[in-house]
Write a protein that binds this ligand. Structure first.
Ligand SMILES: NC(=O)c1ccc[n+]([C@@H]2O[C@H](COP(=O)([O-])OP(=O)(O)OC[C@H]3O[C@@H](n4cnc5c(N)ncnc54)[C@H](O)[C@@H]3O)[C@@H](O)[C@H]2O)c1
Length: 413
């Protein structure tokens, strides 16, 4: 019942299904039972109404699966320390589903994962019960495409790709989603559906990597990369703008391509584009630190002992998700070099930073004046950009948030 599960549960409940959210996180379950949303894109009013109507409930008890006609698995799929897929959450969830799978049940995996997971990891487990796929129970993969903070493309109107293990499995899953979602796109197998999601996210990672490399080159050639992209984007065909930045963040783009390159390696294939994009994107936080060094240097200051304010901890604008955010790497690297670092983010009032609790610094003129450098890492709309330039001694802008503003204080990516 996270960023993916809760919005989906709400959609199904709004279609009139009686939906039970299962989560190991008791706090989340308690909040849902009390009718409260903890996901920014899901209004508490919606959750409250559905809970009151008896259409949405939540529990930590998997035995509710005994009576469920369908189950969507939306658990995390992170990387291990060695940057290999960590499918342990899927395995744990499937273990529970296996205990309660029954004739007629539809099981759909929504978590992003490598091609083959549904067929190789889930199917044998469920068939071990003696039930037969396509006859007794139905199994499909359907990747989630939710884009947190996107007001236009929501769960309901974003086309949903579905691939079942058998044609009947696909039909069953398509029918379920069609009850609420506007467009459902059937494909021939779970592997195709798994690969679709990885293509989408790898496409973003590689293009962001390309444009980050171009940004580094443009800096050398003293060309404004933002102006280049803006002009190139006037081409009405064959071009799509991507923008450089301080590095990748979130649960998807920095992680998912490695699911694909891992699978490629396992089959003796080297996915070079993916690895290269990962490498270039992974260098960006350190490049931002270099820009801070340059900004301080211009004023005769060293990093050691300087005070730096990082603006934006969320990995993208106007959301509260800090997972994999490059702001952490930037702050850590600056601290390692002896800077005193604080952050400001209206969406993230508090956070844990390498074992320490930190709170967001309010952007008052007096506070801003205390820092030797401000780094715009996330372009939240609500940041007072005019004041940031006015009161900061220097500003590193990694997002072109200060577009059109001229000041010798500004160092741009
Ligand atoms: N966040 C996104 O924007 C996004 C978009 C598309 C796809 N995805 C994919 O969807 C999946 C879920 O991502 P998310 O962002 O919703 O994660 P999340 O961390 O927000 O939510 C996952 C939830 O699963 C719960 N959980 C963990 N193990 C469990 C278990 N065994 N049984 C029941 N609940 C369990 C966790 O407590 C948590 O509440 C991932 O594979 C991710 O790659 C995420």
């Amino acid at each position: 019942m996270g960023y993916v599960g809760l919005p989906l549960a709400v959609e199904f409940a709004q279609a009139g299904f009686r939906v039970t959210g299962i989560d190991l996180n008791e706090t989340r379950v308690r909040q849902l039972v009390a009718g409260r949303s903890y996901i920014q894109d899901v209004p508490t009013a919606d959750v409250r109404t559905l809970v009151r109507k008896g259409l949405l409930s939540a529990t930590t008890d998997f035995s509710v699966l005994r009576r469920a006609d369908a189950v969507s698995i939306c658990v995390p799929t992170p990387l291990s320390k060695q940057r290999d897929p960590d499918v342990s959450y899927i395995v744990a969830a499937v273990e529970q589903v296996k205990r309660y799978v029954h004739p007629g049940m539809l099981v759909i995996l929504e978590s992003t994962t490598y091609p083959g997971t549904t067929d190789e990891l889930i199917l044998p487990e469920l068939e071990n019960t003696g039930l037969k796929v396509g006859q007794d129970f139905f199994l499909a993969f359907s990747p989630e495409r939710v884009d947190p903070g996107n007001a236009v493309w929501r769960t309901r109107n974003t086309p949903k790709v579905v691939g079942g293990v058998t044609p009947t499995c696909t039909r069953m899953a398509v029918e379920l989603y069609r009850q609420r979602l506007e467009h459902v796109v059937p494909v021939s197998s779970p592997q195709v559906a798994e690969m679709v999601k990885l293509l989408e996210n790898t496409f973003r990672s590689v293009n962001i990597g390309l444009v980050n490399e171009l940004a580094l080159l443009c800096a050398r050639l003293r060309i404004d990369v933002w102006e280049v992209i803006e002009a190139a984007a006037t081409k009405p065909f064959g071009f799509m703008p991507f923008y450089p930045g301080p590095g990748l963040g979130g649960h998807c783009i920095p992680i998912d391509p490695f699911y694909l390159s891992w699978k490629a390696r396992a089959s003796g294939f080297e996915a070079r584009f993916i690895e290269l994009a990962g490498y270039i994107n992974g260098q960006m936080p350190e490049h931002v630190v270099d820009l801070v060094v340059r900004a301080l240097n211009q004023r005769g200051l060293s990093v050691r002992g300087s005070k730096v304010l990082v603006l934006g901890m969320a990995y993208k604008a106007d959301i509260d998700d800090v997972r994999e955010s490059p702001s952490f790497d930037i702050m850590k690297s600056l601290e390692d070099r002896g800077a005193r670092v604080e952050y400001s983010d209206p969406f993230v009032p508090k956070l844990g930073f390498f074992g320490r609790r930190m709170t967001s610094t309010p952007l008052t003129p007096a506070r801003m004046r205390r820092f030797d450098c401000a780094v715009i890492a996330t372009a939240h709309k609500s940041f007072p950009y005019g004041q940031i330039v006015r009161y900061s001694k220097s500003v590193v802008d990694t997002r072109n948030a200060l577009k059109g503003r001229r000041s010798p204080k500004i160092v741009r990516l």
